[in-house]
Design a protein around this ligand. Structure first.
Ligand code: HEC
Length: 102
């Protein structure tokens, strides 16, 4: 393989790593830190002051809970309370939040 190919490959990998930081998961992280950690833990795998751990929440769960204030059919909520208000303005951010929480 000519050396140029290695350089191209290295660049691709480096760019890929950057895309990971600022990409969907990075954007989801920013939204999470801005909108969610008043109640959920800054480490989503831990219970927060008000809200439960939400690491690995599915996109369906996030969309139902955040946009509509409901749960997907058949889903058993971690808490029986209804403290968290729907945030329909975050509808377009659901894929990013799901990527961050994955
Ligand atoms: C006002 C506090 C508060 C804020 C802000 C908040 N949550 Fe919640 N969240 C809760 C509480 C409390 C629950 C438990 C159910 C309930 O009482 O509403 C919950 C439940 C959830 C659930 C369901 C967990 C399960 O599996 O049953 C998800 C998912 C979730 N929150 C995600 C988020 C995300 C993502 C954000 C930010 C965009 C957020 N929440 C912002 C308090 C909050």
């Amino acid at each position: 393989m000519p050396a140029g190919r290695y350089v191209a490959l290295a660049l691709t990998l480096a760019l890929g790593a950057c895309a990971e930081e600022g990409g969907p998961a990075g954007r989801g992280r920013q939204i999470y830190m801005a909108q969610c950690i008043s109640c959920h833990h800054s480490d989503p795998s831990k219970d927060g002051p008000l809200g439960p751990a939400i690491k690995s929440s599915s996109r369906e769960l996030l969309e139902a809970r955040i946009v509509r204030g409901t749960y997907p059919p058949g889903y058993r909520p971690k808490r029986g309370s209804a403290i968290m208000r729907p945030m329909p303005q975050l509808a377009s951010a659901i894929p990013d939040l799901a990527a961050f929480l994955k």
